[in-house]
Write a protein that binds this ligand. Structure first.
Ligand code: GLU
Length: 436
C-alpha cells in the first residue's frame, strides 16, 4: 500500500480522531522527578495478595523517591468483570495503608489527577487516536478473520503452525489485503480487529535490562497480535503502552507472567515512536502443593489469596505489609531489628534488591511478625483493635467484649510495655478464645 492509502485506511477505520500529538501535549511530563508507579487491576475479582505485594512496591518506590503512586482500572475484559471489584480493590489498598495518590478512587468518587480518565473504558477515543496513528504509518492493519465464516478453521491452522514451528511467527493473512479489498469488506459491514504488523525477524534477539531480572536476551516479536478487538475494545498490550505513556508511568512494575509478551510491548512503543519503558517483572508469591512443588497462590485453592482473609482473621494490616516487605527485600529483617520503632515506609526500599526466585508464603513467619507487632501495642490499643475487628467481622461478640472491658484491659496489660513483651496474640479473631 502507498503512504496515502495508509492515511485513507486510517481515516476509514478510525474517523474523526484527534492527532496523537494533541494527547502527548495535553498530558505533559510530570513535574516530579521521583518514580511514578501504578497499580492497574482488572475488576475481575477481589484484590489478590499478589496485587497487594505489587502495590507495596509501587507505594514504597513512590515514597522513597518523592514520586507518585496512582491507580488505573483496566476494565476492558467485560466478560470476566465482577461487580464492585474496582471499588473493593481501591478500598483494600486504603485499608492496608497503601492509598494511591492519584487516579481511580472507587465508583462513586471523582478521580484525582490531571492524567485521566483513569478507567480504561472511558479512554476509547484516546486509543482510537493511537490506532489511527499506527494504521497511518503502516504498522497495524484490520483483520476480518474473527468475523469470517471460516474463523474456526483459521484459528485452528494458526494454532497448528504455532505448535509445529514453535517460533511464534504468526503473520496474519489479512496483513496483505489491499485497500479496495478492505473497503469492500467494510462496506458489507464486516467487523474488524486491529492487528499489529509485526516487524520482527526470526532468530533475531535483542538485549533488554529488566530492573529485577537483570540483563536478558529477548527474541524479536513475530506475532501480529490483536491490538483492538472487533468490539472496539483494546487489549492489554495496546492500552498499557498508550496509558502508561500518557500517564507518565516511570517504571512498569508488574507480575512476571507479563515478561513473555514484553517483545510485543516494546515493539508497540517503538512503532509509535515512543520511548521504551523501564520494566520490573516481579517474582510470584507461591505456596507448596501436595507434592511439594511451588505453585502460584491460586484464587480457587487458597482462601488467603483474597486479602480480605487477613482482615477477617484480624491480622494488623502492618503485619501483612511487613511480611510482604520481608519477601521483597532480604535486608528488611535486619533493618527492622535495628529500627524497631520506625514505620516500614522509612525502609530504604530498592527495586533491584528484589530477588528473582519465587518466594514462598510462610504463615509461621507472618505470625511471628504479627505477634511482635501486637506485643508492642498498649493494652488500650489491643482492646481498641479487638473492638474494631469485632465490629466488622463478629458483631455477636461485641457485647461480651464491651461488658468485660476492664477485665480484658487488665489481662492485656500483663507483661506488656517492657523490654521483652509477651507475644501471645497473633490476630484478633483468636483473642476471645485465648482469654476465655
Ligand atoms: N490489568 C493487568 C492485570 O491485572 C495489569 C498488569 C500490569 O500491572 O501492567 O494483570
Amino acid at each position: 500500500m502507498l503512504e496515502k492509502e495508509y492515511l485513507e485506511l486510517a481515516d476509514l477505520l478510525y474517523p474523526n480522531t484527534k492527532d496523537v500529538n494533541y494527547y502527548l501535549n495535553k498530558f505533559a511530563p510530570r513535574v516530579t522527578s521521583g518514580e511514578v508507579t501504578r497499580l492497574a487491576p482488572s475488576p475481575t475479582g477481589y484484590l489478590h495478595i499478589g496485587q497487594l505485594y505489587q502495590a507495596l512496591i509501587h507505594r514504597m518506590l513512590a515514597n522513597s523517591t518523592g514520586g507518585i503512586f496512582y491507580m488505573r482500572l483496566e476494565d476492558t475484559d467485560n466478560k470476566r468483570e465482577v461487580e464492585n471489584a474496582g471499588q473493593i480493590a481501591y478500598d483494600m489498598l486504603c485499608r492496608f495503608g497503601l492509598k494511591p495518590d492519584e487516579g481511580y478512587r472507587g465508583d462513586n468518587m471523582t478521580e484525582i489527577g490531571d492524567y485521566g480518565p483513569y478507567v480504561q473504558s472511558h479512554r476509547l477515543e484516546i486509543y482510537y487516536a493511537f490506532a489511527h496513528e499506527l494504521v497511518k504509518c503502516g504498522k497495524a492493519f484490520p483483520c476480518f478473520c474473527q468475523m469470517a465464516e471460516n474463523k474456526e478453521e483459521i484459528l485452528r491452522r494458526r494454532e497448528e503452525e504455532l505448535e509445529e514451528t514453535s517460533d511464534l511467527e504468526v503473520k496474519d493473512p489479512c496483513r496483505n489485503l489491499t485497500l479496495s479489498e478492505i473497503k469492500e469488506k467494510l462496506s458489507k459491514g464486516e467487523k474488524f480487529a486491529l492487528r499489529l504488523k509485526s516487524s520482527g525477524t526470526k532468530d533475531k534477539t535483542f538485549e533488554f535490562t529488566d530492573e529485577i531480572k537483570g540483563k536478558k536476551e529477548i527474541r524479536e516479536n513475530l506475532k501480529d497480535d490483536v491490538l483492538i478487538k472487533s468490539n472496539g475494545i483494546p487489549v492489554y498490550a495496546f492500552a498499557h503502552v498508550v496509558d502508561d505513556t500518557l500517564m507518565h508511568t516511570s517504571i512498569i512494575v508488574r507480575g512476571q507472567e507479563w515478561f513473555q509478551s514484553l517483545p510485543v510491548h516494546i515493539e508497540l512503543s517503538k512503532a509509535l515512536n515512543l520511548p521504551v519503558f523501564k520494566y520490573a517483572h516481579t517474582p510470584s508469591v507461591c505456596v507448596l502443593d501436595e507434592s511439594g512443588n511451588k505453585r502460584k497462590i491460586s484464587k480457587r485453592k487458597d482462601t488467603f489469596a483474597d486479602v480480605r482473609f487477613f482482615l477477617e482473621k484480624g491480622y494488623p494490616v502492618e503485619a501483612v505489609c511487613e511480611y510482604l516487605l520481608n519477601l521483597l527485600n532480604s535486608d528488611f529483617e535486619l533493618w527492622r531489628k535495628n529500627n524497631p520503632t520506625l514505620h516500614y515506609f522509612e525502609f530504604p526500599f530498592e527495586i533491584n534488591k528484589v530477588g528473582v526466585t519465587n518466594p514462598l508464603f510462610d504463615f509461621m513467619k507472618l505470625n511471628d511478625i504479627s505477634k511482635s507487632i501486637i506485643s508492642r501495642y498498649t493494652a488500650e490499643q489491643v482492646y481498641a483493635s479487638l473492638v474494631a475487628w469485632a465490629t466488622e467481622w463478629n458483631k455477636a461478640s461485641l457485647s461480651l467484649i464491651e461488658e468485660n472491658k476492664d477485665v480484658l484491659l487488665n489481662m492485656f496489660a500483663i507483661d506488656r510495655g517492657g523490654e521483652r513483651p509477651r507475644k501471645d496474640i497473633t490476630y484478633f479473631s483468636e483473642v476471645l478464645d485465648l482469654y476465655n
